[in-house]
Design a protein. Structure first.
Lengths: 332, 266
């Protein structure tokens, strides 16, 4: 199953939620729509689901134009952030509902199979309010996969779970994706979910696609400062300056391969080496996370963050030499 | 402290009913005697017999017809309006809800004359259908408010999930929305029914024939010019209240969850 979105645009009154977005998701892809809240990623998902009507543009599933189709006719399934389980139905009835609506034969076998896959077989006669958050999430996913749709849509499915459970469910979703060979469109604002689950990430900002790439590509080759700073935690250090004939000059200077002009030099915290190099910084704060430490430095008037391993001593107030091992240059 | 308050409150609202219930089983002499008794010394069903002789059964049937008709007309209208008000992203939604409520604030006396004229011109004075019209318009605002606040608590994602699962509008309504909204719908229904069942003023004005009279104006005709049959009146009042009381007690859990649904987040 292939999904294609062509120049989709969505306005709510005067506000533009999605501005001219085009998108291709190949069969079997786990495509993550990533971005800050209000960037239009959820609206885009709802356009694909058919829950919102595009102001202009079109949605194609396997080459067929479904833009004007009812959600139920698009053969997509959706998992909602707040689960949206039918509260008056048992788990079994919740799972059966989409099959009954489509008059699928052999519904009982399908329900059983799905319950086994998600290990919710012993919850079948319970009502949603008698389930924990993680169990509800499983049932919601079960209701989506039970009828084997062409396309799965996930709208921030893990954001209501606590951190431990979120990690478990993340791993489970990755397994499910492999096992079902499903095509998935998944909305999140969590870059860790995006990096770990996605085969492709569509990074959105203010209703537009900022960059579309594989997770490694987005991390290694961000095309804009926004993309560079959105992926990675803590975010990339940004230094304003000017590039002239292969040399960046600002609060620090560094040779770069970039066209001349006003530019921003981006250096990830993990790409800064401490103890050696032409740059000089004064240690302002050390955050010890156990496996690693975040070293906050003042370089001139600028604040830098560098990532360091557990070895070596870093004293507040000490001056250290540092250099980048990889830099990114963005036009200002 | 709260327990004391609750006891006082319940006592205040139950005491008159208990007193009437007791009086309905007394003879005229015992009712009029100087030292009142709570438990009748010589229990009698004369009051009930007298009330039935004066047409109580007919009035009850009329009340049942009028109140049921009012509820059946009000609820679908209110549900439709409440659904629209709770789901659409509409400017001035709050103002509209306020206006709906304002419609119920007109004093009945100011409406009576015009209403009588209107119903007379279409031949509905002295028919059981007559009072249904004012009852529907006067119960709609409250019903809309109850249902709108209840519907707002139902996440729109439920309907969206049903749409994606392949349910059309009708099946979404019947299989998903209504079962979830049932306590709210029920609350609105019983309050509407109670209003129409108890309404006195319009019924008095619009229903003058004994065969179409509802309970409240019916009971009001019981005192004669020189007699005041307290026992019969008490018996009629008990019979008028008992069905409502039974219904509310039987279904109180659903009503309570309906009444608090708008205020409390589950």
């Amino acid at each position: 199953m292939r999904l294609e979105v062509r120049s989709a645009r969505k306005r709510f009154g005067d506000t533009v939620a999605v501005e001219d977005v085009s998108l291709r998701v190949a069969a079997g892809d786990f495509c993550v729509l990533l971005g800050p809240s209000g960037c239009g990623k959820s609206t885009l998902l709802r356009l694909v689901a058919g829950l919102e009507e595009a102001t202009s543009g079109s949605v194609l599933v396997d080459g067929e134009d479904v833009t004007r189709m009812e959600p139920g006719d698009r053969d997509v399934a959706m998992v909602f952030q707040n689960y949206a389980l039918y509260p008056h139905m048992t788990v079994r009835q919740n799972l059966r509902f989409p099959l009954e609506m489509r008059k699928v034969p052999d519904a009982d076998a399908r329900v059983r199979e799905t319950a086994d896959l998600l290990r919710i077989g012993d919850l079948m006669e319970r009502l949603p309010r008698e389930l924990s958050g993680g169990q509800r999430q499983r049932v919601a996913i079960g209701r989506a996969i039970v009828r084997r749709p062409k396309l799965f849509l996930f709208d921030e499915p893990l954001s209501n779970l606590d951190a431990q459970l979120r990690g478990d469910m993340r791993a489970e979703l990755a397994r499910l994706h492999r096992r079902l060979e499903a095509t998935i469109l998944y909305v999140t604002h969590d870059q860790v979910e995006a990096m770990t689950l996605a085969t492709r990430i569509v990074l959105m900002n203010r209703g537009r696609v900022e960059q579309e790439d594989a997770p490694e590509g987005l991390y290694l080759r961000p095309r804009t400062l926004f993309a560079g700073r959105f992926i990675g935690s803590p975010p990339m250090n940004a230094i304003e300056g000017v590039v002239t004939r292969g040399k960046f000059e600002g609060a620090v200077s560094w040779p770069v391969e970039a066209p001349d002009g006003q530019s921003v030099l981006g250096v990830r915290p993990e790409d800064l080496r401490l103890g050696d190099g032409p740059w000089r910084g004064v240690i302002d704060l050390v955050e010890n996370l156990g496996a690693e430490r975040l070293i906050h430095l003042k370089v001139g008037d600028l604040s830098f963050v560098a990532r360091a391993g557990p070895e070596g001593t870093f004293e507040r107030g000490a001056e250290v030499a540092l250099k980048p091992v990889r830099v990114h240059v963005f036009p200002a | 402290m709260t327990r004391v308050a609750a006891v006082v409150l319940v006592a205040c609202s139950v005491a008159p009913f208990a007193w009437f219930a007791s009086a309905s089983f007394k003879g005229p002499r015992e009712i009029a005697q100087r030292r009142p008794t709570l438990v009748p010394l010589e229990p009698t069903l004369d009051g009930y017999r007298g009330a039935v002789d004066k047409g109580l059964a007919g009035w009850m049937l009329n009340s049942l017809i009028v109140a049921t008709a009012t509820t059946l007309v009000t609820l679908p209208l209110a549900a439709g309006a409440a659904y629209a008000l709770s789901r659409t992203r509409m400017r001035g939604r709050r103002i509209l809800l306020g206006l709906v409520l304002a419609a119920s604030m007109f004093p009945q006396v100011t409406l009576a004359h015009t209403l009588y004229g209107m119903l007379q011109s279409v031949g509905l004075v002295n028919t059981r259908a007559g009072p249904v019209f004012p009852y529907v318009s006067l119960t709609l605002p409250l019903a809309i408010w109850i249902l709108a606040s209840f519907f707002r608590e139902i996440p729109a994602e439920l309907e969206e999930a049903a749409r994606i699962d392949g349910a059309g509008p009708v099946r979404t309504l019947v299989r998903v929305f209504l079962p979830v909204a049932a306590p709210g719908v029920f609350t609105a229904a019983i309050l509407t029914f109670i209003y129409a069942w108890n309404e006195f003023f319009f019924a008095l004005v619009l229903l003058t024939g004994n065969d179409v009279r509802t309970l409240p104006p019916g009971i009001a005709t019981m005192p004669g010019q020189y007699t005041f049959p307290w026992g019969e009146i008490a018996a009629a009042c008990v019979l008028a209240t008992a069905p409502l009381l039974a219904a509310v007690l039987l279904l109180q859990r659903r009503i309570v969850s309906g009444l608090t649904a708008g205020a409390v987040k589950q």
